[in-house]
Design a protein around this ligand. Sequence first.
Ligand SMILES: Cc1cc2nc3c(=O)[nH]c(=O)nc-3n(C[C@H](O)[C@H](O)[C@H](O)COP(=O)(O)OP(=O)(O)OC[C@H]3O[C@@H](n4cnc5c(N)ncnc54)[C@H](O)[C@@H]3O)c2cc1C
Length: 339
Amino acid sequence: MVSTNCSGTNAFRYGTMKDWVINLTIVLADGQIIKTRRRPRKTSAGYNLTSLFVGAEGTLGIVTEVTLKLAVIPKETGVAVVSFASIADAASAASKLIRSGISLAAIELMDDVQMRIINRHGSEAVRKIQWDENPSLFLKFSGPTKEGVDGDISQVRNIIESNNPQKYFFANNKDEESSLWAARKEALWTMTSLKPEGHTIWSTDVAVPISRLAEIVDISKKEGKELGIFASVVGHVGDGNFHEALMYDAKDPALHASVEKAIHRMMDRALEMEGTVSGEHAIGMGKMHCLVNELGPDTIHTMKLVKQALDPKWIMNPGKVFTVPEDSNVSPAPRHMGF
Ligand SMILES: Cc1cc2nc3c(=O)[nH]c(=O)nc-3n(C[C@H](O)[C@H](O)[C@H](O)COP(=O)(O)OP(=O)(O)OC[C@H]3O[C@@H](n4cnc5c(N)ncnc54)[C@H](O)[C@@H]3O)c2cc1C
């Protein structure tokens, strides 16, 4: 998790992994063991080596110890789900909620395809609810008092009223909260349960400024539909981050090439919108080719200088983030894709 700087639905309130790491113990490529800093929450002593290793995908050193900050578990929570006539309405409502300053703990989007799937393939608890099969926002609230959380929930209705909300689901107790949020949690598993034998799911993510989110989700969905394959969108909309999953028969070379093209177009589009090719799944092998487009040659050159200084033989997770230089003796791991 440290090495991919990962995050999830709670990142909207709490930030991503990088915000929680105080220090790291690292084994460097030459066998030296270093600690990036000491234990206080705050320091301005020296370079921020902790951040250098968070998100480095194991290409700079091996993490053997992590000191993390802890958060207080909120006493009171609430969950609501609201469906909308279109992705644009849902994204605009999300943007208004974010700007309202209401203390949301999470704000997630599931598209019409994903909502259809949970109605049919969700767990028993999830299928008890008759979900509206329209793009829906999943909202989590939390705070120290019940009055505060209830106040936030009632404000939500007023704020999104002009965005064509279709159906509201508000949890009245903890059980209902779990059932409503379970639909979001089951998104991935309900989708993978549909996968025919031999098919692949290519799941990828990008992030853009929230003002461009509706546009990129709409275009990506349209392109997925044109391919004639299963395509669904789930988004951490609070962070302008969404995942598209494309399910197809990768043994069909023409189809595989079309899917690959569509994914590349999505990455290019995210960059045109001043976004990033990877909100939370890092670069690995699959997104190496986009990195230079996102960061530019000078930034890439600076990153490679750091890599070269810390790992001159390119032995740390070779072939990830950057291709291994030809004059190195290291062979990168074989490439695989999908799951
Ligand atoms: C189905 C699925 C759903 C996902 N959903 C999310 C999501 O919602 N949000 C999100 O942020 N991410 C998500 N991810 C990606 C996620 O970030 C990573 O899978 C996860 O954080 C990595 O943890 P892991 O323990 O599986 O590490 P691995 O996959 O084993 O490793 C991840 C990276 O860290 C490196 N690494 C591993 N151990 C060390 C070490 N000791 N020192 C240095 N480097 C090391 C590896 O080389 C690799 O580059 C998802 C992935 C999958 C497959």
